[in-house]
Design a protein around this ligand. Sequence first.
Ligand code: ADP
Ligand code: MG
Length: 387
Amino acid sequence: MRVRASPITLQHEARVALKRHLQRESVGECFAPGRVNLIGEHTDYNDGFVLPCALDVGTAVAIAPRTDNRIVAISESRGRVQRDEFSLEELPEPLPRGAWANYLRGMVAAALTAGQAVSGMDLAIVGNVPQGVGLSSSASLSVALGKSLLTVAEHGPAPHAVSLQHIARQAQWTEHHYAGCLCGIMDQMAAAMAAPAEALLLDCRDLTLERMALPEDWCVLIVDSGTRRELVAGEYNQRRLQCEAAARHYRVSTLRELSSARLSTHRGALDDVCFRRARHVLTENERVLQAAAALKAADLRSFGAALRGSHESLRTDFEVTVPEVDALAAMLDELIAHHADGRGGARMTGGGFGGCVIAVIEKPTAELILAGLRQSLGERQIFAVGL
Ligand code: ADP
Ligand code: MG
């Protein structure tokens, strides 16, 4: 699968969908991208470092104000239209777990709870981020909706200045309270802040960020393993609880405050599982900084080493990979060794338990590596950033 569609095209499709399904003319459109995380997995909710990068796929929302106090929304994706409608007189209730409209209801509830003026509106949503494979279609949807609520509020009687960072926080709140996933802030910050062709080095402790241009001759291949284990949110939440248990053991507020020296010297009676979870988080933070330095120096060998280290740590210490994903990462590393003399690297990306593997490589070797991949996997499962 090679996805290419500009935000402009998607916003046009959202306008058309608003007209077709709700018979309304759009007064404005909002967009937020999906993201791929280059490195820094399961570090965000431990106040650590991450290095995500915007995709050129995302979610667009077209908006038309209503005179009554209701939200009416449709989402059109791959020919399927889904709808939700509710009043703004009270906080919208969450629907059963897994319902797409929980992201809409959550964003509206977050805005209302924050005292933001939300007026009635018709919304048409069009997204082309592959869903549920770790490229964060949910954050892209939530942030695009957060921008939309604000766009209408700014035309209304009581505008509230809500920054993109607030929208990211509201989108995280939505994941926690309406979608049932205790995620960190990376996906939402990336969807709110990241621009194409750059990586965001984000410190999740204070949300400071550094924008880093991807070197001209680098590209990122994203390969869908095609596997997705059930109950991923449950596994994810369990990892988070294990990290919090480890932090309590070491008497630190988050694992970000723990040094590698204390990790070993104060291990005491901490059980093996929580110890390994903490070790992953500490070493992963170091690898993100190593990768960021390598990115600045355009040193693909060192960047690749950090990616491989990350995968290994996620496989053994954090235990969020599955055999199909391990096999895919190993296959990509072999192709990189063979065709690029080891300049580059591969790893799983996203929360784990299936989903996508990335490879960061030089553009001139990309065609050879892609040809090798297509031989085993076919065109369908591959797309690229920067090619
Ligand atoms: P990921 O964020 O990695 O893609 P999630 O499970 O967190 O995976 O989010 C996927 C869910 O987000 C979908 O099942 C759907 O409920 C919702 N979603 C994402 N994009 C859209 C969209 N364009 N329209 C409706 N729902 C969407
Ligand atoms: Mg998600």
